[in-house]
Design a protein around this ligand. Sequence first.
Ligand SMILES: Nc1ncnc2c1ncn2[C@@H]1O[C@H](COP(=O)(O)OP(=O)(O)O)[C@@H](O)[C@H]1O
Ligand SMILES: [Mg+2]
Length: 428
Amino acid sequence: MTTTTKRGRTRTAAEPAPTPAETPAAPAAPAAAESAPDATGLTLAQAEASTSEITFADLGLSGPMLESLRRAGYVRPTPIQAQAVPLALKGRDLMGLAQTGTGKTAAFTIPIIERLIGGPARTRALILTPTRELCQQVEESIRKYGTGTGLEVISVYGGVGYDAQTTALRNGVDVIVATPGRLIDHLEKQNVIFDDLEVLVLDEADRMLDMGFAPQINRIVAQIHPYRQTLLFSATMPPEVEALARKYLRRPTVVQVGRRSQAATTVRHYVYPVPGHKKTALLRHLLGEMKADDSALVFTRTKSGADRVVRDVTDAGFAAEALHADRTQAQREQALARFKEGQVRILVATDIAQRGLDISGITHVINYDVPQQAEDYVHRIGRTGRAAKEGDAFTFMSTDEIGMVRTIERVIGQEIPRISVAGFDFGT
Ligand SMILES: Nc1ncnc2c1ncn2[C@@H]1O[C@H](COP(=O)(O)OP(=O)(O)O)[C@@H](O)[C@H]1O
Ligand SMILES: [Mg+2]
């Protein structure tokens, strides 16, 4: 199929136009029962039956998409995908709430690709995410599931030069993945126009608001006409996110998986009571016990703390990298790449640097400092045990952090077992 477009671009779709579904009789929206809008005007879809039996073919996806998913090695949709994909395919506005690591990215990239496939080559979808790293992950996801569709996607984020982004935007792309700040710069320079935009995604909405992006989001959405589909995804729903949804989504369906603030279930949690000055020694001890192909993501409260831990463990013979906001974009990308490729097994990060990152296969999350917010604990722990893999979460607790650990236990609704290591605990 060849489509000549307004912009004069020609698209040759390698695959035929999307076929409806491999199993035409499949229910369109499995397990999503809509109830009447509640007082807030939001419609709630809750999982009725177990979604574990649902296959991708049940979701009404095209043949080429099913093939891409098979190639990606996905056997079944995750619960959020099983509920969100059919509704998004129907064009509904949607608010998807599910903890970190539950596959929210594909829950919106799959229906977006299905919608754009074979259509006119104009900028029809915009995805806003809080960080550069997330932009890259979403872009990767679209490339992966959109193989052979001819769809063009770029990500637009700060910390790098404008020229390449400007050229790509002016040449025209189908999908833009962007951080709000840099996108505003391009809008001001009129490098991009949203006249043909059909789908807007606010990904990791809670994080975007945490990072103070509300004004930028407002400015961007003001440039997009109201007859669009808006999808919002978030790990948590504080009142600010609800307000954002009420402002930008039209009669949305709320798809919620799991309880709010629930930590990933495949993670084993442990607290190590340890005096502050012995934390580094304990860390070295635990790293020494890790198996050869284990990997650890270590969290510190401050950027300088992260640098110090990297120095200390490197001195002890462990290769480690730091990921925090004081490092350059190139350094951050390199650190992440080396960690993902397994060249270093230890990544030491601050909260901001890791938000929403999908680093799969981590076996250990180590909270060198107890997180200041219980929600941060849930997010950090979401780095391990992702997509049903198992992981261990170790939290180092000095005497002045005992209260914070109790708060976290209240929020996650479970007591975390204490492990005392002789020589490192309070008694010694
Ligand atoms: N259906 C699936 N089957 C197996 N793995 C999946 C599936 N969907 C997503 N994943 C994997 O799960 C991990 C987490 O997905 P992601 O979209 O980053 O989660 P979230 O945005 O909810 O935090 C990724 O490594 C992704 O490739
Ligand atoms: Mg995500």
